[in-house]
Design a protein around this ligand. Structure first.
Ligand SMILES: Nc1ncnc2c1ncn2[C@@H]1O[C@H](COP(=O)(O)OP(=O)(O)OP(=O)(O)O)[C@@H](O)[C@H]1O
Ligand SMILES: [Mg+2]
Length: 441
């Protein structure tokens, strides 16, 4: 069989490299989901004999299915080992078979024919009903079989989202993917997305960022306020410099610095795979170069070591170690520090004075993805980090870095002595001690 070179975008590689019962990809338009699923299945079908079932809720005719996309990809790669007929696709060498079905047309007897499926691809899964899923899920039970799901979110309570992705178990991969993750996204699509973002941020969030339509009451931060902060020019500020530092906990996470002066979040700096000493060296450099008023760093995991090195170097006055799980300052309103700091971002974004945030999708996505809830005492609580991470397929490192800059109220009186020889370089931000100050944040 001739070898072919297929490029699967990085975010989709777990389709080929990980073993999970369910692989759930969701997001907005043009994320590359359909192409990546089709290409991955064609590759797997050439490696060994598989029975692949392609499902959607309703399939009026084969034209509604992914049959056309698979056939197009077979022609594009000139895969002469695949034979395409009107209703099926077969691999003449391995014996792999693709079939195409509409779930709603299947009565319980017919659905039994799907029992032998090795991989089931549910395309356009936002239209799948709870009833269809309840019949299908126990049917796909061949050992090692996988269910691949591709979905553009519709409503907050999309049945498959609620059943599979809202609280995924360890055997379920949930990954968000948007057009910004698709290296093949055509320029015309990007232009359409840009236009939509300018004209209607709420539509943009739904269509292009994959947010459900009824986005609202369980999100802590709404996209509109983020977009507003990102649409202005960099505001002049003489605010004290605060740096939030979220330190990577696992290999895939990023170590992210956020630089904020009062109303202005100036920039983010992200690093990968830095050890404790390297992170401490970067912080030392920033202290010497920028003389921040405070650096709030996450001391969960590796951060504790970074904190120790920095205090040992004499920066105790400037560096504050923060644990996301620690008690909030206003413990009657917030379950923990993390909820309090993130609510600091929300108040900052929605306060009366305009604020500025860099226009980067990493921070947009992080801020708009976090769900909120209330405990039985009515205190604000955020969705647990682990659940968020499973749902998004990454941790909100950029959002956490910005949140850390809201760890403590800032008062001008206690300027660090560390910089006393140089105080004229640091002007005092009074804005955030006034009445719009979000209680002194
Ligand atoms: N591997 C690839 N090679 C070439 N082009 C690609 C590839 N993957 C994606 N594209 C391009 O990106 C576009 C969007 O990809 P795709 O249709 O797979 O996205 P999607 O997430 O399924 O979006 P939708 O919500 O519109 O169904 C395609 O129309 C195609 O132009
Ligand atoms: Mg698609």
């Amino acid at each position: 069989m001739p070898k072919i070179k297929v490029c699967i975008p990085a975010v989709f590689r777990p389709l080929l490299s990980q073993k999970k019962r369910i692989k759930f990809y969701y997001g907005g338009r043009a994320g590359g989901k359909s192409y990546a699923f089709a290409d991955s299945l064609l590759i797997l079908g050439r490696m060994k004999k598989l029975f692949i079932v392609c499902l959607r809720e309703i399939q009026g005719s084969i034209r509604d299915s992914v049959h056309k996309l698979l056939s197009d990809r077979i022609s594009y790669y000139r895969l002469s080992d695949y034979k395409v007929t009107d209703t099926k696709i077969e691999n003449k060498v391995t014996g792999t078979v693709f079939v195409f079905k509409g779930l709603r047309d299947q009565d319980p007897q017919k659905i039994k024919s799907l029992e032998g499926a090795d991989i089931t691809w549910i395309e356009e899964a936002q239209t799948i009903t709870k009833k269809s899923w309840d019949i299908l899920e126990p049917t796909i039970r061949k050992p090692n079989s996988e269910i691949w799901i591709s979905m553009n979110r519709e409503q907050e309570n999309d049945p498959l989202w609620v059943a599979v992705a809202a609280q995924p178990d360890a055997n379920t991969l949930v990954q968000k993917v948007n057009y910004t993750d698709n290296p093949f996204c055509p320029q015309e699509m990007k232009d359409l997305a840009d236009k939509c973002r300018e004209k209607n941020p709420t539509d943009y969030a739904h269509i292009w960022l994959g947010e459900p339509i009824l986005n609202g009451n369980n999100k802590l931060i709404d996209l509109q306020s983020v977009k507003k902060a990102q649409s202005g020019h960099l505001i002049e500020t003489s605010g004290l410099l605060l740096i939030g530092l979220d330190i990577a906990r696992f290999g895939d996470d990023e170590t992210v610095f956020c630089f904020r002066r009062g109303r202005v979040c100036e920039r983010f700096e992200a690093y990968r795979k830095k050890d404790t000493v390297e992170v401490a060296n970067i912080v030392t450099h920033y202290i010497q170069q920028y003389q921040p008023y405070r650096i709030f760093l996450d001391i969960g995991g590796q951060g504790a070591g970074v904190y120790d090195i920095l205090t040992d170097r004499g920066f105790r006055e400037v560096v504050r170690g923060i644990s996301f799980g620690e008690k909030a300052i206003q413990s009657d309103r917030y379950v923990n520090k993390r909820a309090e700091m993130w609510d600091g971002i929300r108040q900052w974004l929605t306060g009366t004075s305009p604020v500025y945030l860099p226009n980067d999708t990493a921070i947009t996505d992080d801020l708009c993805d976090v769900n909120k809830k209330y405990d039985r005492l009515g205190r604000l609580q955020l969705e647990e980090k682990e659940s968020l991470k499973r749902r998004l397929g990454r941790s909100p490192d950029w959002g956490d870095a910005l949140a850390l800059t809201f760890a403590e109220p800032i008062f001008e009186q206690d300027m660090p002595n560390l910089y006393t020889n140089d105080t004229d370089k640091i002007s005092i931000e009074t804005l955030f001690c006034g009445k719009d100050a979000g209680r002194g944040w």
